[in-house]
Design a protein around this ligand. Structure first.
Ligand SMILES: C[S@@+](CC[C@H](N)C(=O)[O-])C[C@H]1O[C@@H](n2cnc3c(N)ncnc32)[C@H](O)[C@@H]1O
Length: 322
């Protein structure tokens, strides 16, 4: 689908971090490419988890941004880049939404399908969609308008900064990360969004007892997330040990080898397919488990359907903030 978010393709070389340059002047009401975070490359000493392409808006997206961003896009003071949030800025959800309600934050909200569907189903909950893909944010504004949603705001920002300083500590009821960019190659794993330091930021933003839901269609990333969160003292797996052995989707992926099939992985001609050989050391049977059932609050998007069409399984994980 041409509207899909431009998730980095692992077979394309990502932009390498460039030497730091002085911050560019930022026009707050309109996203622009120069000075974008990807051109600075890092945040907190780590490469950012995205490559920013296609920030220019056209047609109905441009019109939607011009018409609705004042109302529904949170305007944040910038720091070192257009996707960066000034560390002094703190989001006031009560002032923004005009009420006190549980706040769900979706990171990497893409075209806004999940967040807008959930907002429609849960009018008593407020939602914040965090994304760096400007056309996706514009699509989200179109959905907010079309469905008359008063309980969704979007922010064009690098997620770690949103969790680190923009959101008050303990202010988030649920955090959602659905289908984060997989960054398949070992040398790109450091770009993966979910890392131990990201888990610390998630823990900071979530209320005690708050829930973190994650989904991915790549077994290697699923194992990575399970390991990162198993190593965090702040989170408890709500499905610890469940769906292990023959019931584990991981066992099924390993047995079927589906991710090593051309068509099942983002393979470019002349390049090696992603193989289950990259999944982890304990291939054979997944004795660990810990997989959640599919989160039924997540609408089935074209993105998830594409994974199913390619024969890939979806891994859900859910954790409670201690
Ligand atoms: C593979 S897409 C999935 C989009 C959506 N969740 C879905 O299921 O269709 C991953 C999204 O995460 C966004 N993303 C990656 N790193 C991010 C970051 N550091 N902050 C905010 N968004 C990010 C990308 O721009 C992209 O739209």
């Amino acid at each position: 689908m041409s509207e899909s978010p431009e998730c980095p393709q692992p077979s394309q070389p990502p932009q390498m971090p460039q030497p730091l340059q002085p911050p560019q002047p930022v026009t707050p009401s309109r996203p622009v490419t120069p000075g974008s975070q990807a051109s600075f490359g890092t945040y907190g000493g780590r490469p950012v988890s995205f490559v920013r392409r296609g920030t220019r808006l056209q047609g109905r997206r441009q019109a939607a941004w011009e018409e609705h961003s004042d109302r529904w896009a949170v305007e944040v003071p910038r720091h070192i880049a257009n996707t960066s949030v000034h560390p002094d800025y703190v989001f006031d959800a009560e002032a923004e939404f005009g009420r006190r309600a549980p706040l769900i934050v979706e990171i990497g909200s893409g075209l806004g399908d999940a967040v807008c569907h959930a907002a429609e189903e849960n009018p008593d909950t407020d939602f914040l969609a965090v994304e760096v893909y400007t056309p996706g944010l514009a699509n989200t504004l179109i959905k907010i308008k079309g469905r008359g949603l008063g309980n969704v705001r979007v922010v064009e920002a690098n997620a770690p900064e949103v969790l680190a300083t923009m959101l008050p500590a303990g202010s988030v009821a649920e955090l959602w990360v659905f289908f984060p960019d997989p960054w398949h190659k070992s040398r790109h794993h450091k770009r993966r969004l979910i890392q131990p330091d990201f888990a610390e930021l998630a823990s900071r933003a979530l209320k005690p007892g708050g829930i973190w839901r994650i989904a991915t269609d790549w077994s290697n990333y699923a194992v990575h997330v399970r390991e990162v969160l198993a190593g965090s003292p702040d989170f408890e797996n709500l499905h610890d040990g469940q769906r292990s052995g023959a019931e584990s989707p991981l066992t099924r992926v390993w047995e079927s080898g589906v991710e090593s099939l051309v068509g099942g992985a983002p393979v470019k001609e002349g390049r090696a397919p992603v193989s289950t050989g990259h999944t982890g050391p304990n291939e054979g049977t997944d004795e660990t488990g810990g997989w959640a059932p599919r989160f039924d609050g997540r609408v089935l998007t074209s993105f998830e359907n594409k994974a199913h069409d390619a024969g890939r399984l979806v891994f859900d994980l859910s954790y409670r903030r201690r």
